[in-house]
Write a protein that binds this ligand. Structure first.
Ligand code: NDP
Ligand code: 2IT
Length: 444
């Protein structure tokens, strides 16, 4: 039995009931066979066994009091997965679906994503099953303060630097930072995605969505093409989706559909992003309101239908497993040419297979959405240096990072004989740096 298969089989046995973690590990490990075969010393050093086992898993109780005076208890998580190339780095997700399997899949992906940025950041992820939706600002603050009252002892600017993810945006980061500063009496870069008045970086809000479009733009450019005139479908309507839409539109694309977890809107004239921003960023409302405000736009209950809309470029930007094999098949049948993942693991393993067999350009999450964490690392650099860079400066660095990622994964895929297979390219290119650092550190 091959080394990678042995490790995967053992992982499934030792971590039962963690389907998302199994899925991410399968996607990664099955592509690493060529590189571990080239380096027999990896097996001798138990490198893959150590790579798939988090360095530390922290789970804790988060008690808080709601607006009715009732005590609520949520689960808190931080998985410090791998610190070989830098301090643990990765977001916090607040969503009722959060469990250990989801945090571990995100943490494992994060290791290779952070490596691909070329910056010195290790991999981690955390979160809670707390649902910020429908909560008052005071309830969100009470929750964040309680969450940080445990988390503060495990993190630090050179140890572990959390950020946002689903359900964690500027408001939550502000409350979390306020509590950290109060407990530790340190104003340091311990969280990224901070507000611009207290150590945040310009472009961090836009970074994941912009970065997604920059890497897709490079893939288009290498094929003599561009976003101009393309029809684009974007799932989600949160941070990543909104800024992917903004950048794609600025490059001349027509974005015709977006969704939230209740349903999708279709606007054949092109989405008016100022209205989406008003509904989602200002009012924290539902996307259904878009169809009530814009004539000619349609609202459909349920999410899956969005993938039946014909488009040239699909940018899934909501959550894991939002595209199954059937939806992937529909996209391909209706002429999609590029799929780039803004969300983490939005395509099932079967959907990826459909995309790859069809010959379309498929840019996997750990490469395509790395712009967010890359800009977080730029925020860390500014914090350490007591600097504040201009929008143009950070944006230029972000674009450069995304263009480099494209060429790195493209070259790695070619070098190992899998030209055009960016899943192989991203996993191999990301893994080499982490593996080299882990080997240098000895058995730790
Ligand atoms: P937000 O919370 O800002 O937005 C999430 C969006 O996805 C919302 O529109 C939400 O709808 C929708 N969504 C969430 N869960 C589901 C679901 N189960 N079914 C359908 N729709 C759903 O999060 P982000 O935009 O920050 O994150 C989106 C994705 O991008 C995630 O996969 C995240 O891990 C990934 N990502 C984020 C980065 C960042 O910097 N923020 C960086 C890299 C990746 P609703 O409002 O109805 O819940
Ligand atoms: O999935 C991700 O890369 C993020 N949610 C961003 C992490 C970060 O530290 O900026």
């Amino acid at each position: 039995m091959k080394y990678v298969d042995k490790v995967l089989e053992n992982l499934k046995k030792q971590n039962p009931n963690e389907p998302e973690f199994h899925q991410a590990a399968t996607e990664i490990l099955t592509t690493l066979a060529p590189i571990v075969e080239k380096h027999p010393e990896y097996e001798a050093a138990g490198l893959l066994e150590r790579f798939v086992e988090p360095e530390r898993v922290i789970m804790f109780r988060v008690p808080w009091v709601d607006d009715n005076g009732k005590v609520q208890v949520n689960k808190g998580y931080r998985v410090q997965f791998n610190s070989a190339i830098g301090p643990y780095k990765g977001g916090l997700r607040f969503h009722p679906s959060v469990n250990l399997s989801i945090i571990k899949f995100l943490g494992l992906e994060q290791i290779l994503k952070n490596s691909l940025t070329g910056l010195p950041i290790g991999g981690g992820k955390g979160g809670s099953d707390f649902d910020p939706k429908g909560k008052s600002d005071r309830e969100v603050m009470a929750f964040c303060q309680s969450f940080m009252t445990e988390l503060y002892r495990h993190i630090g600017a050179d140890t572990d630097v959390p950020a946002g993810d689903i359900g964690v945006g500027g408001r939550e980061i502000g409350y979390l930072f306020g509590q950290y500063k109060r407990i530790r009496d340190e104003h340091v870069g311990v969280l990224t995605g901070r507000g611009l008045t207290y150590g945040g970086s310009l472009v961090r809000t836009e970074a994941t969505g912009y970065g997604l479009v920059y890497i897709t733009e490079e893939a288009l450019k290498m094929r003599g093409d561009s976003f101009n005139g393309k029809t684009v479908v974007i799932s989600g309507s949160g941070n990543v989706a909104i800024y992917a839409c903004e950048k794609a539109q600025s490059l001349g694309a027509k974005v015709v559909a977006m969704y939230d977890s209740n349903g999708y809107i279709y606007d054949p004239d092109g989405i008016k992003l100022d209205i989406i921003k008003d509904i989602k960023e200002v009012k924290r409302g539902r996307i259904k309101e878009y169809a009530e405000r814009v004539s000619g736009a349609e609202y459909h209950v349920g999410c899956k239908g969005i993938w039946s809309i014909p488009c040239d470029v699909a940018l899934p930007c909501a959550t894991q497993n939002e595209i199954d094999a059937e939806s992937a098949g529909l996209l391909v049948k209706n002429g999609v040419k590029y799929v780039a993942e803004g969300a983490n693991m939005p395509s099932t393993l079967e959907a990826i297979e459909v995309f790859q067999k069809s010959g379309i350009v498929f840019l996997p999450a750990k490469a395509a959405n790395a712009g967010g964490v890359a800009t977080s690392a730029l925020e860390m650099a500014q914090s350490s240096g007591r600097m504040f860079w201009s929008f143009a400066e950070v944006d230029a660095k972000l674009k450069n990072i995304m263009v480099n990622i494209y060429h790195n994964i493209d070259n790695a895929a070619k070098e190992y004989g899998y030209e055009g297979n960016y899943v192989m390219g991203a996993n191999i290119a990301g893994f080499i740096k982490v593996a080299t650092a882990m080997m240098a550190h000895g058995i730790v």
